[in-house]
Ligand binder design. Sequence first.
Ligand SMILES: *[C@@H]1O[C@H](CO)[C@@H](O)[C@H](O)[C@H]1NC(C)=O
Ligand SMILES: *[C@@H]1O[C@H](CO)[C@@H](O)[C@H](O)[C@H]1NC(C)=O
Ligand SMILES: *[C@@H]1O[C@H](CO)[C@@H](O)[C@H](O)[C@H]1NC(C)=O
Length: 334
Amino acid sequence: MSPSRFTTLSVASLLTLAALVPSSWASLDCNEVLTGGVKFNFGELGAPHIVHWTQEDSINHEQKNWNFTVDLCQNLKRPKGANKNEWCNHGTRVCAIREEVDTTGSRNATITPIDIAGNYATSNGRQLEEKFERLRNSKSNADTGKEGVRIELHGGRWPADKADGTNQRAIIEMVCDPERTGLEGDEKDNGEHEEDGEDNESRRLRTKDVSGKCEDSDKSLRFCGYELEEPAKDKKVQTLRLEWRTKHACENVEDGSGSHWGFFTWFIIILFLATAAYLIFGSWLNYNRYGARGWDLLPHGDAIRDIPYILKDFGRKVVTSAQGSGNRGGYSAV
Ligand SMILES: *[C@@H]1O[C@H](CO)[C@@H](O)[C@H](O)[C@H]1NC(C)=O
Ligand SMILES: *[C@@H]1O[C@H](CO)[C@@H](O)[C@H](O)[C@H]1NC(C)=O
Ligand SMILES: *[C@@H]1O[C@H](CO)[C@@H](O)[C@H](O)[C@H]1NC(C)=O
């Protein structure tokens, strides 16, 4: 095999590797949600946002108060004042806090955190595995006429440490509404209201939810359900559904940043160049030193063994020449 053919082969295999790596390493980047050739930037919606849901169970005199906290841009941090066992595990992007209140008042309320979505690579190994679907490309009837992107996030399980726990997921429908930033009626995780959801009847009518599944609210981020679904046979997933109306889900929104390369693209390119340089240098070395041809050109074994000596040699040369010139410089100065 000629050196050039060998190089072509390695280039091909490196490119294959480069194509595989980012998808498994990268985690949801809210600045760059790419789907169906369209790019969305949800950077301005970063930070934890809360939606609430109350379940009444009058028969058992019980009420369940749910707080669902979402951050599209980074992992959630435990709010100040929350106990460790009352908050989701490290790596969570979507966290549910369930408070069970005994309406007769004979029992204290209990608080249970449930990981819905996140990266738990270091604990139970489950991953966010984010999926994006452009609503315009969706085959579902319910999506006709909708513009935006559906974000599906995984990784959660409850209980998290039990292999037979119930898998969780969050499906967040980012729907285009040119007149909303997405922060209308928003509630930060410290309970503060960012902007009051103004009661504007015309807007409410215009953006009224067609399916009627989501909570009736003028907030941009709305709760649409938390139910056990069966997306595939014998695969039950407790699914949190949210709808987020925002101009950032509109496809014509101007994004002045243009196309920029992400960190991983650069990382892969540098890795690739370094490997290519190593292979070419190694082959050249074999060719010159040992007159190697064909497979012998491969910079394995011998070349790798030689590298420390070559470097040492090189270093010694640099040092000697530096000292030499230094000395000469010293003499000429006198
Ligand atoms: C409820 O909580 C209080 C204080 O945390 C405790 O003193 C009390 O015993 C609890 N009551 C029950 C019924 O667990
Ligand atoms: C849910 O959120 C509300 C408002 O942010 C807060 O007052 C309440 O304590 C939260 N409940 C739990 C169980 O964390
Ligand atoms: C609703 O908002 C629009 C602009 O967003 C405004 O023109 C209109 O007057 C408002 N209507 C009411 C009833 O406040």
